[in-house]
Design a protein around this ligand. Structure first.
Ligand SMILES: *Cc1c(COP(=O)(O)O)cnc(C)c1O
Length: 451
């Protein structure tokens, strides 16, 4: 009999995260201070983030980092997530490829983000912090943080990108249900927000504007720490629970992936799934191709430049070595709000530079075509972000159809789209459009990158 889903029991869950920094052929360059250009250490970062997260951020030595028992206990509420063989999708595509997906949409919050929210809130609580703050785009990260803060008894203040708040009103209801205070960004409640609104009163907001506001709140409020849903090394570290489970589950299926694919906003669900497999690629010579699927309208991996740039729009954060479109880049209002970010995480940027992975860019319409086919074959309506991974997986499967190769393709279903039905509604009504970016657009915003 063909097995469809592969599930680990509680006692089979991985108990340590994988820190790829220990195994990278080129270590990531350090974050630096924007004025002095000096490398930043744990003490420089720990006034913004929980200290343990800063330690993890800069740890290039330990390959496995134990998951605290309190975090493990919370993981058990929804982990393991299923590894699923997409037989019906394979059949619809008439491909000889074997397509698997890791279903991170099956927790109560609907995306992978909870994996790091729980860890960050646990460490914040441990050090005596009472309040956490953050930004959120489409709302998945804010939702995860609101829940994790509640679980560990912290107060959460969330800045949500204004345009996403309008597109997805129920996200803020969910955050408020868990007790978080939610503000649309840019807002008049911070200096960063006021500055942005002064220049552009109709600014739709972006992850960049919301990060600026949250960082400002964290640095001006006692006992308040900032948390981030993606981009940083420690966030990707926490997400490796995805790939570590998938590794065991692929073994249960008796297969090993030739291609690993995930959508790409800042890199956490991509790194989370890919890094445990990349470990074998680096250390045991097991060959796998790693593909990050980004939107055509925000192409930092395929068309950005490797530079030191700010993580946020207002230029409050340290400078990070990243593939970037420039921190002033304003992504089009695509429905995949979680992918509307100007840069790529530090580890991923280095891996891309070293040729260990590559990016593909996906037009919005192609992403929804893929999501529709997936919904109609596998019965799950994916998040608009995840549609990019599905589209890239379908491209691979179609290539296999032409060549006759029986490749094993593994992709991450980073979330479900049940709060994104207005996007599907637009697609079904034929109102969804593509947004191309010109080289001139990119050159203009790259000028905002500090020299
Ligand atoms: C946030 C989000 C993403 C993008 O963030 P990464 O850090 O690149 O993973 C992708 N999919 C979903 C469902 C998200 O919520």
């Amino acid at each position: 009999m063909k097995q469809k889903r592969f599930i680990l029991q509680e006692n089979e869950l991985p108990t340590a995260w994988y820190n790829i920094q220990a195994d990278m052929p080129t270590k990531p360059m350090p974050p630096i201070h924007p004025a002095t250009k000096q490398p930043l250490g744990v003490d420089d970062l720990a006034h913004i983030f929980p200290r343990e997260c800063c330690v993890q951020e800069l740890d290039t030595e330990h390959d496995f980092i134990p998951i605290p028992e309190e975090v493990m206990d919370k993981y058990k509420a929804y982990r393991s997530t299923p590894l699923v063989r997409a037989y019906a999708l394979e059949e619809a595509l008439q491909t000889p490829a074997h397509i698997y997906f890791k279903n991170e949409s099956v927790n109560p919050l609907g995306s992978h983000k909870i994996n790091s929210a729980l860890a960050q809130c646990y460490y914040a609580k441990q050090e005596g912090t009472t309040n956490v703050t953050t930004e959120t785009g489409a709302g998945q990260w804010g939702t995860a943080l609101a829940y994790a803060a509640r679980v560990f008894g912290l107060e959460a203040a969330v800045y949500q990108v204004k345009i996403s708040m309008q597109q997805k009103p129920y996200r803020s209801s969910i955050m408020r249900t868990f007790g978080a205070a939610v503000t649309g960004s840019p807002s008049m409640s911070t200096r960063a927000g006021k500055d942005i609104i002064t220049v552009d009163p109709h600014h739709p907001g972006s992850l960049g504007t919301a990060i600026s506001e949250a960082v400002e709140l964290a640095t001006t409020t006692p006992n308040c720490k900032y948390t981030l849903g993606s981009v940083l090394n420690h966030v990707v570290l926490h997400q490796t629970i995805i790939g570590l489970e998938a590794e065991k589950q692929m073994a249960m299926a008796g297969e090993y992936p030739d291609v690993v694919i995930a959508c790409f906003g800042g890199g956490s669900n991509f790194g989370g799934l890919a890094f445990p497999f990349m470990r074998h690629h680096l250390k045991d010579g097991r060959r796998t191709e790693f593909i990050a699927a980004e939107p055509e309208s925000c192409p930092k991996l395929t068309r950005g430049e490797f530079r030191y740039d700010f993580g946020d729009e207002a230029g409050y954060t340290p400078l990070l070595p990243m593939f970037t479109l420039g921190h002033s880049f304003k992504p089009a209002n695509i429905h995949a709000g979680g992918l509307r970010y100007h840069g790529a995480g530090v580890i991923i940027s280095q891996l891309l530079k070293d040729g260990l992975m590559h990016g593909v860019d996906i037009p919005q319409l192609e992403s929804f075509d893929a999501g529709m086919l997936f919904a109609r074959t596998e019965g799950i309506i994916p998040a608009p972000e995840s549609n990019h991974a599905i589209a890239a997986a379908i491209r691979e499967a179609q290539r296999c159809k032409q060549t006759g190769e029986e490749k094993v393709i593994l992709f991450n279903l980073s979330g479900h789209g049940l709060i994104d039905m207005s996007a599907y509604e637009q697609y079904l009504n034929g109102d969804l459009v593509n947004y191309a970016v010109t080289d001139d657009d990119i050159q203009r915003t790259l000028q905002s990158v500090p020299q």
